[in-house]
Design a protein around this ligand. Structure first.
Ligand code: MN
Length: 203
């Protein structure tokens, strides 16, 4: 099998297309600088591991494995984040289909889900993510906070929807007002993508 580096994915929309909820400058910075840094960081660690093995060098296993999980999971989460966003004009304010049913069944109503997800997002300490996952042991969509990026993506929990609430995700547009960013986020959720993820899990 040919080894391949991680690659920064292209966005499925233009940098201006999420305005006014996320500005062109904010989105460009987040994608081209922050997300790219995780891609480059993960690749650099893989190169170090290759070199260490080739030259029989003992690396700092603790530092390397921790930095790898941070960068690789950061790359994965950002990739999922971009895909679960869509220009406001091209998406619906609420989910339809299986996701709508799953949310109603778990949370009672979409409004209740939105409130609980927003509270998870606003209350994440420092860097983190609000995440809707699907738990295959309980057959329930569940809310989680991910600290930093170090989720290590436990296979039982498949990600349906993520929101990045690290300051670099919103500070240019909203300064310290994270709650306003979270409120705006609901206008640009790509519910079709979220539905596709749920359908793939339930298949
Ligand atoms: Mn980010």
């Amino acid at each position: 099998m040919e080894k391949k580096p991680y690659v920064l994915p292209q966005l499925g929309f233009g940098y201006k297309d999420l305005e006014p909820h996320i500005s062109e400058a904010q989105l460009q910075l987040h994608h081209q600088k922050h997300h790219a840094a995780y891609v480059n960081g993960a690749n650099a660690i893989l190169e170090t591991l290759d070199k260490n093995r080739l030259e029989s060098i003992d690396g700092d296993a603790k530092a390397l494995s921790k930095a790898f999980s941070f960068n690789a999971a950061g790359h994965l989460l950002h990739s999922l984040f971009w895909e679960n966003l869509a220009p406001a004009a091209k998406t619906t304010p609420k989910p339809e289909g299986p996701m709508a049913k799953a949310i109603d069944s778990e949370f009672g109503s979409f409004e209740r889900f939105k409130k609980e997800f927003s509270q998870a997002a606003v209350s994440a300490e420092g860097s983190g993510w609000a995440t809707l996952v699907y738990c295959r042991q309980t057959n329930r969509p569940l809310l989680m906070q991910i600290e930093k990026h170090n989720t290590n993506v436990i296979p039982m929990f498949r990600v349906l929807l993520v929101l990045d609430v690290w300051e670099h995700a919103y500070y240019l547009d909203y300064k310290n007002e994270r709650a306003k960013f979270v409120e705006s986020f609901w206008n640009i959720v790509n519910w079709q993508e979220v539905n596709n993820r749920l359908e793939a899990i339930l298949k």
